[in-house]
Design a protein around this ligand. Structure first.
Ligand code: ZN
Length: 473
């Protein structure tokens, strides 16, 4: 594995080859940074409240502070200092929701400081992007954290966490919140209040950035796919949408488990690696050709036990799989990521998956393609033939190892565990097992026995024999 020159995936491994003709294999990641993000929210909010930076305008402390300031002003007969009232902010937030619903871009950018030309341009681009998506729900709401500060007597400024609450039609079973931080300024008493900055509130929302935040987009809809790409890739859009739709149909047709939570997916093909990394947050987890970014439903932020709202498939459009006309690579990446997206909704929000089950299932989908019959993973094959195989099911650490060869081998071994389960006990049993482990990872052993009649040790021995009989293939 030429790790240093193959940042996106193992498929660029010059060793990787089919027995006959075809494409090498890819490595992908699923990302669930949700729990960590939520913890960060709590920490940051606690810190800011403690230092007085954040205070809901509805809190008693905020009111007292304002009243005290007013009294001081009156007592000293000083000029009224500018103030921003929460009703004003809420009115702007509501107006922007209306502007979105009415497709009125001028109303959408009207609250922005006319001198903030870059912000206006970015918000116009955002607006244009949003109009391309089939939203069943799309609105802005003031988050329950309203942060504010008054910088000095001559200026009032307020930073508000605003949630973009949305649900893509046919894709998202529940509304999702993407959080932004909007800044408003008023420089003179009675003067205009302008929106002067929009930034991320990543610790308040697990979903930033969404595709629409990054670059001008084009969107193509299919029955099972909403394909998103940069304007720069407009020429490829229809072809990509057709290929992704074919991959989705293949995955959905292959499913033999319980009824799936969703059967339509947003697939975003990023224009470059930087864009991919920003949205996929793969840094620190090794290279990837694609990810499925987990989404928590809006209600999960209120502490209710809810299912995950699925995941967004993001594929690195600058990866080597896109530099060839061989669509086997494209389809195998998308089939793998859509595999994650299909079953993501079985899991509770903010949960980690059992990697050999999650990656093994996702990888089993492209590997079940008849075109893969003569394919093999040379790294995994050499590992088994050279006696490196321990006979143990892969750990999370082995699968997500920073060492590309270790990761490659263990993705493949995981795939073989799910494929062995399907071949030996039936695809229905295998897929039901996957769904059960997603629903409650602590019941893995019970689900395995329900599917196979074996305890984990006995299953492991049989799977190990299968691996020895099918080295790397
Ligand atoms: Zn994966």
């Amino acid at each position: 594995m030429a790790a240093t020159e193959a940042p996106e995936c193992e498929r660029s491994d010059p060793e990787a080859r089919p027995d006959a003709a075809g494409a090498p294999r890819a490595k992908r990641r699923t990302m669930l940074a949700v729990a960590a993000a939520s913890i960060a929210v709590v920490l940051v909010v606690v810190l800011l409240v403690a230092t007085g930076v954040i205070g809901g305008t509805t809190t008693a402390g905020g009111r007292q502070q304002r009243v005290a300031a007013d009294r001081t002003d009156r007592a000293e007969a000083a000029p009224q200092r500018p103030e921003i009232r929460e009703e004003e902010v809420e009115a702007v937030v509501a107006a922007r929701s209306r502007a979105l619903a009415e497709h009125n871009v001028e109303a959408f950018v009207a609250p922005i400081d006319p001198t903030a030309t870059e912000l206006i341009a970015a918000q116009r681009r955002l607006f244009a992007n949003l109009t391309l998506f089939p939203f069943a729900e799309a609105r802005y709401t003031v988050s329950n954290q309203l942060s504010r500060w008054v910088s000095d007597s001559g200026r009032a400024a307020i930073m508000v966490v605003v949630s973009f609450v949305h649900r893509v039609e046919g894709v998202d079973p529940a509304a999702i919140a993407e959080n932004y931080r909007w800044t408003f300024d008023r420089t003179s008493d009675g003067g205009p209040m302008w929106m002067t900055a929009v930034s991320t509130a990543p610790y308040g929302g697990v979903t930033y950035p969404m595709p629409w935040d990054q670059t001008a987009l084009v969107v193509e809809r299919r029955p099972h796919v909403v394909l998103v790409a940069a304007v720069a890739n407009k020429a490829e859009l229809v072809t990509w949408a057709d290929k992704a739709e074919a991959a989705a149909r293949r995955d959905l047709d292959a499913w033999r488990g319980p009824r799936l939570p969703v059967d339509r997916f947003v697939v975003y093909i990023t224009p470059d690696r930087r864009t991919f990394d920003e949205i996929a947050t793969t840094k620190g987890r090794g290279p990837a050709a694609g990810v499925c970014v987990g989404l928590a439903p809006l209600t999960s932020t209120e502490g209710k036990q809810t299912r995950q709202a699925g995941c967004r498939v993001v594929v690195d459009g600058a990866g080597k799989g896109f530099a060839t006309s061989d669509d086997a690579i494209f389809k195998s990446i998308v089939e793998h990521e859509l595999g994650h997206a299909m079953v993501a909704g079985f899991a509770p929000a903010w949960t980690e998956h059992v990697s050999w089950v999650a990656e093994g299932f996702a990888e089993s989908l492209p590997w079940s393609d008849p075109r893969m019959a003569n394919m093999y993973n040379p790294t995994a094959r050499a590992h088994v033939k050279d006696g490196g195989f321990t006979g143990r099911l892969p750990t999370d650490g082995e699968i997500h190892s920073a060492d590309p060869a270790t990761s490659s081998i263990n993705y493949h071994l995981s795939m073989q565990a799910i494929r062995f389960l399907a071949e030996e006990f039936g695809t229905g049993k295998a897929h039901t097992f996957v769904a059960e482990v997603y629903r409650d990872a602590s019941r893995l052993d019970a689900a395995l026995t329900a599917a196979t009649g074996l305890d984990r040790a006995a299953f492991e021995r049989k799977w190990a024999r299968y691996v020895q009989d099918h080295p790397g293939s």
